[in-house]
Design a protein around this ligand. Structure first.
Ligand code: 5AD
Ligand code: FES
Length: 353
């Protein structure tokens, strides 16, 4: 067990067999050794800094029907909303004042937000805050669409691959294409975005092999960012009675990803904070180095309901800002209010600021 963890630490690599062995046999002692090594690795790459992103959830309309997701098209109970361009700009204004130098514009796959409208939003944010970074998280779109938004000034794109096992992907995403999603990530990279892949831990019927597929896929893709959180059932979906992912399993996976990808930007996700009051802090102690507090107006917060029990739905942006900094400090880390680009990316001078 130690040999595998040491190999992960020293070589940032492990074989399929080693990863399966590790996940199937991890005892408490080895697990804390793994977490120590992940922490050590993050200290060498990013130090004790935790990057902040201001999350703007600007539409919960979605044309997709992912089985796990509370804003899936088929959920007639969802109370739908869209923010106007002005409301989005106001969120950006508030975020900038609170020290968020990256905005994450996230939404369901909503055809209302055409390329023209997205370009307008991106252009206006960049005119007002030229130094701030924009991350998009709008799902699958065409190459041309991604390219137009990039040219308008978007810097990064989050598109979790969700699961790297084709059969599981097909079960969870009726009518969607496994290949297209991966193709989108490659298109985004080709265009010049910093890309974020990612997956859920503890999906119904997910096996150790499936998780190892995810680990090997992100190792090969080497995304600049990787979003990982526990699956949490949502009451208005077909998976409502399933078990959710655990804190322990999610933290273990975060630690392994930190070792496989020492330079990756790794969020301690809201989902992790939602299954345990100090889930995000524990994630940060296991190698995570990003938090994404909410900037959306409070009157729409609870409507962006991907899973049950989501935290921070009642808190003003300023309250989340204060809360998260306190949490990070108490965990022994420092908030960093720069753009927070991937360090490898900065080294290779891929940024044209
Ligand atoms: N539990 C946990 N995470 C979820 N997501 C969507 N639904 C759920 C759920 N029920 C995640 C997906 C998506 C991201 C925005 O939120 O991985 O990519
Ligand atoms: Fe939102 Fe704590 S981060 S209230």
């Amino acid at each position: 067990m130690r040999d595998i963890i040491d190999k992960l630490y020293n070589e940032n690599n492990a074989s399929r067999e080693e990863l399966i062995y590790l996940l199937d046999n991890l005892d408490e002692e080895s697990r804390s050794y793994l977490i120590d090594k992940a922490h050590d690795t993050r200290m060498k790459t990013y130090g004790d800094k935790v990057y902040m992103r201001g999350l703007i959830e600007f539409t919960n309309y979605c044309k997709r029907n992912c089985e796990y997701c509370g804003i899936r098209r088929g959920n007639k109970e969802a109370d739908r909303y869209r923010l106007s361009v002005e409301e989005i700009l106001l969120c950006a204004e508030i975020g900038d004042k609170l020290g968020y130098k990256t905005y994450v514009l996230q939404g369901g796959e909503d055809d209302y937000f055409t390329d023209d409208i997205m370009v307008e939003i991106i252009t206006k944010i960049k005119e007002r805050f030229p130094k701030n970074a924009i991350t998009l998280s709008l799902g699958e779109r065409s190459y041309e669409s991604y390219e137009r938004m990039f040219k308008a000034g978007a810097d990064r794109y989050l598109l979790r691959h969700e699961t790297a096992t084709k059969e599981l992907y097909k079960k969870l995403h009726p009518g969607a294409s496994f290949e297209n999603r991966r193709g989108c990530l490659l298109n985004l990279r080709k265009i010049g975005y910093q890309i974020g892949a990612g997956f859920m831990v503890g999906l119904p019927n997910q096996t150790t092999e499936d998780l190892v597929n995810d680990l090997l896929y992100v190792k090969e893709l080497t995304p600049e960012m990787c979003g990982i959180g526990p699956f949490i059932p949502h009451k208005d979906t077909s998976l409502k009675d399933e078990k959710g992912g655990t804190l322990e399993d999610t933290i273990t996976i975060l630690a392994i990803v930190r070792l496989l990808l020492p330079n990756v930007l790794l969020p301690a996700t809201t989902a992790l904070g939602s299954i345990n009051p100090i889930g995000r802090e524990l994630g940060i102690k296991a190698g995570a180095n990003v938090v994404m507090p909410n900037l959306s107006p409070t009157d729409v917060r609870d409507k962006y309901s991907l899973y049950d029990g989501k935290i921070c739905t009642g808190d003003e942006a300023a309250e989340c800002r204060r809360c998260i900094e306190g949490r990070i400090n108490r965990a022994g880390f420092q908030v960093e209010v720069g753009r927070g680009d991937n360090i490898q990316w900065v080294k290779e001078e891929k940024l044209c600021l």
